[in-house]
Write a protein that binds this ligand. Structure first.
Ligand SMILES: O=C(NCCCCc1cc2cnccc2s1)c1cc(-c2ccc(F)cc2)cc(O)c1O
Ligand SMILES: [Mg+2]
Length: 214
């Protein structure tokens, strides 16, 4: 029977990456996507910008919206301090199953909690279910029309504190126009655009970094 792209990506990780070595997992996925099949990971070019923001924020609590095959999950978690926690939400059960195996291969299972289901349902439950007060860093990489409603939901649920950083993928391609309009004009955020390219292509895309001012 036919395999899926996430299954082929996992096979590439298990073939080429070293167990317990997160950077080799990241490298194996990038190689697979450049040489074999495009896939919607944040990728190596935007990934370097992601790395610099994670390193600068040095977060104790991270929320990732949109796991896919855990490429950015592993990339972020590999840079976190020892007791830091990353919660990642994935909607598609098949992708979640692949992501769990990629996370295990990278040896990052104790830093990462993968939760299956829609962001709108889970964001209001973060405090009670996971004992989270606020998130130091949120990486938005899920449905592009959910960036804005979920940001408002996180504000309403008190999940952001003065200094919390939102980093949004794909603000140009596929694009998140309503989110950009809101976040760039809101007096409650200080935003900065990092110009880059759509993963593994020459198409323009970028990351929007926004600091919540409280
Ligand atoms: O759709 C994208 N990512 C979202 C998939 C999310 C599904 C989820 C919804 C949901 C809801 N609640 C909780 C968790 C989750 S996960 C995406 C698409 C492209 C792209 C595709 C074709 C193309 F020609 C050009 C760009 C590039 C990217 O970097 C992307 O991230
Ligand atoms: Mg993306």
């Amino acid at each position: 029977t036919q395999t899926t792209r996430p299954q082929r990506m996992l096979a590439a990780v298990q073939k080429s990456a070293t167990r317990g070595d997160p950077r080799s997992v990241v490298k194996a996925i990038d190689q697979f996507c450049r040489q074999k099949e495009w896939a919607m990971n944040v990728g190596d070019e935007k990934g370097c910008i992601l790395d610099s923001v994670v390193t600068e924020v040095n977060p104790a609590t991270v929320l990732e919206l949109g796991t896919y095959c855990a490429y950015s999950t592993v990339r972020i978690a590999s840079l976190l301090p020892p007791d830091a926690k990353l919660i990642t939400l994935e909607f598609n059960p098949h992708n979640a199953a692949i992501a769990r195996q990629v996370i295990a291969w990278a040896g990052l299972g104790d830093k990462i909690q993968l939760v299956e289901g829609p962001s709108g349902d889970w964001i209001p439950k973060m405090k009670e279910k996971f004992g989270i007060e606020t998130f130091d860093l949120v990486f938005l990489d899920h449905w592009k029309d959910r960036y804005l409603p979920d940001t408002k939901l996180m504000e309403e649920c008190g999940l952001l504190r003065k200094g919390s950083v939102l980093l949004a993928d794909n603000v140009i391609c596929p694009g998140t126009p309503d989110y950009l309009e809101y976040i760039r004009n809101s007096p409650r955020y200080k935003s900065q655009y990092f110009r880059s390219h759509l993963e593994y292509t020459k198409v323009e895309d970028g990351l929007e970094k926004s600091v919540f001012l409280g």
